[in-house]
Design a protein around this ligand. Structure first.
Ligand SMILES: [Zn+2]
Length: 87
């Protein structure tokens, strides 16, 4: 009798583990798809996102990446500061 309980327990545990692995795999696929579509939209990792804050390399002020001026060395709050920092 105990042997059967053990077999059932192993089967149930195996089923739970299998389901967990499937959910992990599905989750990874979803994340990959999201990253892929983000790349296709030109918003890959490191690209400007609306709520990403960057710091001006010249004066240190924080501003949204979308409003920042991109310089050769990094983001700036204004074209003037980019010029002052990079010449
Ligand atoms: Zn600045």
């Amino acid at each position: 009798m105990f042997k059967w309980l053990l077999v059932i327990a192993v089967v149930v545990l195996g089923y739970v583990w299998w389901r967990h692995q499937r959910q992990l795999a599905a989750h990874e696929r979803t994340a990959e798809r999201a990253a892929e579509s983000a790349r296709q939209n030109g918003a890959g990792p490191g690209a400007a996102q609306p709520d990403t804050m960057v710091r001006c390399r010249h004066c240190g002020v924080h501003l949204p990446a979308a409003d920042a001026v991109r310089g050769g060395l990094g983001p700036y709050c204004s074209d003037e500061h980019r010029r002052l920092a990079e010449g």
